[in-house]
Design a protein around this ligand. Structure first.
Ligand code: ADP
Ligand code: MG
Length: 459
């Protein structure tokens, strides 16, 4: 695709098309439908929006999604700015200052507890494809949603990014709501913010009432409460109150509770007291089934061979898979062409590097160090502390698996170690990976971080 020839208006139209596929209808209509591209110069897009409320919302909430989508379409980075534009008459911008009454209620005033985020209508059990990586998690979630509080309590789902944790958690929410239970879905960050606001506004009673009066509490991404003592304290009591009243608690996390640093031991043990299950990356069949399911939402026909190609190429996680899917559709809309294997292959040629990323060895070392909260110099230095040795072995393992460096080269990168030391470290991890699920997750997460950083935007 020749970038020079792309008309910015077309780009924005395609962006809107791609967003339509990624957002709920209501959200799209509310925030995106009436936007317009006003100018595009020097890689800066100015997006006209109908009122100040939409402008704030785009800036504060949707900016990353918009930016990612535009960049996915044009293939390079752009700045996006939002401005209230006067469509017909100069007064309109001022008139629109008035915020629609319905929306005022969820703007979340300082002292007011924000509403729970609505559930995504697509995150239901019927749109969740079951495969080898998520079978257990799906079965547990389904059981819990049918008899909240009595089957497994708590339900703790963990796994890497983009593998369907939020989807399953919200599916429990949909199902339990349908059965008449009172459900509250929040991320652990919202829980923390609500608590902080409640303390500031001296309304902790209301906070407790809100969180402790539900039948099903769904907490997404609990890992963010790590290190937050007050939040953990409050959450512990919330948990106990609900638990002893046979109310259901479901939690997701990007890692196993044992692996969460700075999490109070009493919470770690609570989290392990019900059912704890992980979600693993999808196999080819699952990826293909997900794509087939998603293609039902799209107005254009996508030949099965294209879906097969995509399922084959994108093996990292489901969010990436959807990203690739949306890019293909957006591209097809942009060039006004039907989707064929040739078109897809053309796009895939550009994207191929993302599925076989060139991993920079230095990045492996820094990512491993980061992941374990260590300095790179810990890994290359002489320390024999157990934690550091373990991380160092993981670095050896990944350097050998992910790069073409020789053993002596790996030894040199890690502070001048002997090649037999490298082999030893590599073997240790390789063997431990077979039985140690925590290690599996650690390694997988480092790999995911590496892949994300190595993935170029296509273009
Ligand atoms: P996580 O919370 O684990 O990071 P999400 O639940 O946000 O991942 O999933 C990322 C995207 O992938 C979502 O759009 C979700 O609907 C989709 N997805 C994940 N797993 C499945 C599945 N098994 N079937 C269908 N869609 C899935
Ligand atoms: Mg999630």
């Amino acid at each position: 695709m020749d970038k020079q020839k792309i008309n910015p208006e077309e780009v924005w139209r395609s962006t809107k098309g791609a967003l339509q596929l990624q957002m709920t209808r209501a959200n799209y209509d509310e925030w995106i439908k009436d936007t317009q591209l006003l100018s595009a110069e020097d890689n800066a897009f100015i997006i006209g929006v109908p009122n100040f409320y939409v402008r704030d919302w785009l800036q504060d909430r949707l900016h990353p999604l918009l930016k990612r989508t535009v960049e996915g379409i044009i293939g390079h980075s752009v700045a996006l700015n939002y401005t209230v534009y006067k469509k017909n008459s100069p007064e309109i911008a001022m008139e629109n200052r008035e915020i629609p009454p319905l929306l005022v209620t969820d703007r979340g005033r300082e002292s007011k507890l924000p509403q729970s985020i609505d559930l995504n209508p697509r995150y239901t059990f019927s749109r969740f494809i079951v495969g080898s990586g998520n079978r257990m998690a799906h079965a547990a979630a389904l059981a819990v949603s049918e008899r909240p509080g009595y089957t497994y309590n708590p339900l703790f789902l963990h796994g890497g990014v983009g593998l369907g944790k939020t989807h399953l958690l919200q599916a429990v929410g949909h199902e339990a709501t349908k059965r008449g239970y009172k459900v509250l879905y929040v991320s652990s960050e919202t829980f923390t913010n609500d608590l902080v606001n409640a303390i500031r506004a001296q309304s902790t009673e209301r906070f407790r009432e809100r969180y402790r009066s539900v039948d099903v509490l769904l907490i997404d991404d609990i890992q963010f409460i790590a290190g937050k003592e007050t939040t953990q304290e409050e959450f512990f009591h919330t948990f106990n109150t609900l638990y002893s009243a046979n109310k259901q608690i479901c939690i997701t996390s990007d890692r196993h509770p044992r692996e969460m640093d700075r999490l109070q031991e009493r919470l770690v043990s609570r989290f392990q007291g019900g059912i704890l299950t992980d979600i693993r990356p999808p196999d080819y069949e699952t990826r293909l089934a997900i794509l087939r399911d998603r293609s039902r939402d799209v107005p254009t026909n996508i030949p099965d061979e294209v879906l097969e190609l995509m399922a084959e190429k994108v093996a990292t996680n489901i969010r990436e898979l959807e990203g690739a899917f949306n890019r293909l559709i957006a591209h097809a809309l942009l060039v006004h062409e039907p989707i064929t294997i040739q078109l897809a292959a053309g796009i895939w040629q550009d994207i191929t590097p993302s599925s076989t990323p060139i991993v920079d060895p230095a990045q492996i070392i820094s990512t491993v160090a980061n992941h374990f909260n260590l300095l790179e110099s810990d890994l290359t230095g002489p320390s024999r502390s157990r934690q550091i040795v373990r991380a160092r072995h993981i670095a050896m393992f990944l350097l050998r698996e992910e790069t073409s460096l020789s053993l002596p080269q790996i030894g040199r990168m890690l502070g001048g170690r002997d090649h037999t030391t490298v082999i030893h470290g590599y073997d240790k991890i390789k063997k431990a990976l077979i039985v140690d699920s925590i290690l599996q997750h650690q390694v997988m997460r480092v790999q995911q971080t590496l892949q994300q950083n190595a993935t170029p935007i296509y273009g």
